[in-house]
Design a binder for this molecule. Structure first.
Ligand SMILES: Nc1ncnc2c1ncn2[C@@H]1O[C@H](COP(=O)(O)OP(=O)(O)OP(=O)(O)O)[C@@H](O)[C@H]1O
Ligand SMILES: [Mg+2]
Length: 291
């Protein structure tokens, strides 16, 4: 038997997906995702990002090719079985919220997990508290704001504790406080050994926080590698209808006044450290020169 630890957690092998109207949304997509990774999937509208992640829990089945989780082809498994391991939080939370109250939404999510009534109640209380949704407990999900319903959608998946969490556009429409909350949550899940995949158009978020980026275009993967390499490649970025990160533009301005920042510096704290060192060494040189 193959050693599970040596296999990629998710293996997408030569996958095509064609919608019933004939749209080819995925074409020859292959990629491996390892346990504990944090990955961003990016690319222009209609690139195939959402279609790709919908294959991860069997919501749609590849027209050609296969998806393996820990080496097992998921083709013969039900969505319910796969969903215990793979939790997907969709772009529009209203597509995944069905219950009459917020409390019931979490309870519904915890069904079929072999928990007794008491355990379910404890978990519901815990998760509502953690997500600051306690005060809305008896309200209908339909009465929540866009940001709040997104939070509830995340809570309703996280409470099931899946190993793999997939977010479609998690930062879209969220204010700075909620984005920070999301980031804290992701970091916490990563520390617990979870694997996180986000589909996003948020360049600054990816550059700042996500180590690996997969770029998609026209149903294909057009690049896959360290975020640092992707977002310093102007050709790739313009090919994907993205723009270079703010920090890259700032580095160009610094270059104009004679400060060359190394290519690999793409995060805010890295730039701050570089500039700190740069000015310290410059002032040391000046004072030595004056002696
Ligand atoms: N249910 C559907 N029926 C037919 N075609 C679809 C369906 N859903 C998506 N498509 C098409 O498949 C292609 C890929 O769509 P997908 O939603 O995966 O793109 P995306 O990369 O997630 O885009 P966005 O950034 O706009 O969310 C697009 O051409 C889209 O029009
Ligand atoms: Mg999409």
């Amino acid at each position: 038997m193959k050693d599970k630890n040596l296999l990629p957690l998710i293996m997408v092998h030569d996958v095509d997906y064609v919608y019933s109207n004939g749209t080819v949304a995925l074409k020859q997509v292959s990629l491996n995702i390892n346990l504990g990774e944090f990955i961003a999937i990016m690319g222009q509208n209609g690139a195939g990002k959402t279609t790709l992640i919908r294959t991860f829990n069997g919501l749609i089945r590849p027209t050609k090719g296969s998806i393996f989780i820990e080496g097992e082809n998921i083709d013969s498994k039900t969505i319910a079985t796969i969903s215990k391991r793979v939790g997907i939080i969709f772009q529009n939370p209203m597509h995944q919220l069905f219950s009459n109250t917020i409390e019931d939404e979490i309870k519904f999510s915890l069904k079929n997990l072999d928990l007794d009534k008491e355990e379910i109640q404890i978990k519901v209380d815990q998760i509502l508290q953690e997500f600051d949704l306690e005060k809305y407990r008896k309200r209908s999900p339909l009465t929540l704001s866009g940001g709040e319903s997104k939070k509830l959608a995340i809570a309703s998946i996280i409470c099931r504790d899946p190993d793999i969490l997939v977010f479609d556009e998690p930062t879209l429409g969220q204010d700075a406080k909620e984005i920070n909350f999301l980031l804290g949550l992701i970091k916490n899940e990563l520390e617990r050994g979870k694997t996180i995949i986000i589909v996003t158009h948020n360049i600054e978020f990816t550059v700042e926080h996500v180590p690996r980026t997969i770029l998609m275009g026209g149903g294909h993967i057009i690049a896959d590698g360290p975020t640092q390499n992707i977002f310093t490649n102007e050709f790739l970025i313009s090919k994907s209808s993205l723009i270079m990160p703010q920090i890259y533009l700032f580095k160009q301005e610094l270059q104009k006044i004679g400060i060359t920042v190394p290519k690999e510096v793409i995060r805010e704290n890295e730039l701050v450290n570089f500039l700190d060192n740069y000015f310290v060494s410059k002032s040391t040189n000046l004072s030595e020169g004056n002696q």
